[in-house]
Write a protein that binds this ligand. Structure first.
Ligand SMILES: N[C@@H](CCC(=O)N[C@@H](CS)C(=O)NCC(=O)O)C(=O)O
Length: 137
């Protein structure tokens, strides 16, 4: 989502939230749950329109509709059906494969508090799949 914002003619400020239920700073805290009741980042609030969104795909599509109305910046390479499919397939790959695998890999590597053999095997498998995904992109 960060790169979507950077690509568009819009000024944005970002805020970092932390894991946990700290009422002021946590993604499961009261302040953040007003923005995203699912308690996860990314989320966005657009003061220009009052729109609030979460889920990276929904946020990116909103930003495209709101700030790239003519489809000049974030769009398929051309006007053919193949161009549209190429755009869609990379977007879906990002949302359904690369994003989730990378997220799980980060969780198991850096945040999971209890390591055991099953978790380590799962991590290696996820890590491998995420790396293959990144290499292929
Ligand atoms: N499918 C969601 C995934 C969101 C997600 O899992 N975000 C993680 C960080 S990458 C998070 O906020 N985790 C905090 C938690 O689950 O407590 C999206 O694409 O936005």
């Amino acid at each position: 989502m960060r790169y979507t914002v950077l690509a568009l003619p819009v000024t944005a400020t970002s805020r970092t939230w932390e894991f946990g239920d700290n009422p002021e700073k946590g993604v499961k805290g009261a302040k953040f749950l007003v923005i995203n009741e699912n308690g996860r980042v990314p989320a966005l609030e657009d003061p220009n329109t009052g729109v609030v969104s979460w889920e990276s795909g929904a946020c990116m599509n909103y930003l495209r509709r709101a700030y790239d109305k003519d489809g000049r910046i974030l769009r398929p390479r051309g006007d053919s059906e193949q161009d549209r499919v190429d755009f869609d397939k990379w977007e879906y790959f990002l949302l359904t494969t690369l994003g989730p695998m990378t997220g799980q890999t980060n969780w198991y590597r850096h945040y999971n508090g209890f390591a055991n053999e099953g978790v380590l095997i799962a991590m290696q498998s996820k890590h491998g799949a995420a790396m293959v995904s990144w290499r292929g992109s």
